[in-house]
Ligand binder design. Structure first.
Ligand code: G3P
Length: 220
């Protein structure tokens, strides 16, 4: 996957659910076409198929379980996500953490077996380094939980976290997130060595998401 990447996590925002998820994903596709930058979206499981059918940008799942084919009810199996059109999955987001690293490892393994890219979240640079060393995901996304959904970005308030993460987690690709809202935030992150950003509310709560996306692209 080409980097730097701007990956928007749609979470369960109403503005990013169902038909609106398609609309918002199309705004990303249009921003990608207009700017030539790499946008991707992480949508709810039930929206993967409709979104991936509607746009030509990478679609991620927001979570993947360690389920296998067979007698297992209600789980998000990696192969199903892949067949629905996801090219990758976020794992271990701070809003959906695995109960322990053993469960995380199983889910990463399953995702890889199904051919999904893995973007594993960590709350600190240290945790990111541990995850990277132990499980070799494609991306490690470092997000300080206290800044998620807020107005202060990781780029402006914790730039040292970005450089520490890059130093500790490389050569794995590091994404950073929490409070990222504009091109300046993206520029700081990428200048410090991050391969992109993971963000949500800056786009999902925007009155004009497309203009925010164009601004984000200016820093990539
Ligand atoms: O997964 C992205 C995320 O947790 C950051 O959210 O709203 O701070 O951009 P937000």
């Amino acid at each position: 996957m080409k980097t730097p990447i701007i990956l928007t996590n749609f979470k369960t925002y109403e503005s990013a659910t169902g038909a609106k998820a398609v609309e918002l994903a199309k705004a990303h596709e249009s921003a990608a076409q207009q700017t030539g930058k790499n946008f991707a979206v992480a949508v709810q499981t039930a929206d993967i198929y409709r979104v991936s059918q509607a746009v030509d940008i990478p679609v991620f799942a927001q979570h993947c379980d360690d389920a296998v084919y067979g007698s297992h009810t209600g789980w998000n199996m990696a192969e199903t996500l892949k067949q629905a059109g996801a090219i990758g999955t976020i794992l271990n987001h701070s809003e959906h953490r695995f109960v322990d690293y053993q469960s995380l490892e199983k889910a990463i393994t399953r995702a890889k077996e199904a051919g999904l890219l893995t973007c594993v979240c960590a709350e600190t640079a240290q945790e990111g380094a541990k995850i990277s060393k132990s499980f070799s995901p494609d991306f490690v996304a470092v997000e300080p939980p206290e800044l998620i959904g807020g107005d202060i970005s990781v780029s402006t308030s914790r730039p040292e976290l970005i450089s520490d993460s890059v130093a500790m987690i490389s050569p794995a690709a590091v994404l950073v997130g929490a409070g990222v809202k504009n091109g300046k935030d993206v520029q700081i992150a990428t200048k410090l060595g991050a391969k992109g950003v993971l963000l949500a509310s800056g786009v999902t709560k925007a009155s004009d998401p497309k203009s925010v996306l164009i601004d984000l692209a200016s820093g990539a």
